[in-house]
Write a protein that binds this ligand. Structure first.
Ligand code: SF4
Length: 111
């Protein structure tokens, strides 16, 4: 019996790939719902600039502001030439409690 693997690129959108030459600056909003965090730590591995862990190993959105109308939900806006870091943090978060929005288009780009 032959088992063949067909590799498909499910994410053909290269918009947010890091480009060392172009150094395009992206304005992103990161939204993090701490209530759903299961303390896996993946986000800090993907994006140590925006995430840290507290003593319970729950994520902290560095310099994030807690929303007045949603306790436990933190928001932060960044300008970065490396948007893939926050995007990867959102994509690797198992309970999907991190979202990234492109402020230029207003679209949610991760997860
Ligand atoms: S990846 Fe998600 S679940 Fe894991 S520590 Fe970060 S926010 Fe929490």
């Amino acid at each position: 019996m032959t088992i063949s693997l067909i590799m498909t690129d499910v994410n053909l959108d290269k918009t947010y790939e890091h480009d060392r030459k172009e150094k395009k600056v992206f304005r992103l909003r990161i939204v993090y719902n701490r209530k759903g965090c299961c303390a896996s730590g993946h986000c800090i591995l993907s994006d140590p600039y925006d995430f840290d862990l507290d003593e319970e190993f729950k994520a902290i959105l560095k310099d994030g502001k807690e929303m007045d109308n949603a306790k436990g939900v933190f928001v932060k806006e960044i300008e970065t030439t490396e948007p893939h870091l926050a995007i990867n943090a959102a994509k690797t978060c198992t309970p999907k409690v991190i979202a990234v929005i492109d402020l230029e288009t207003g679209k949610r780009i991760a997860p």
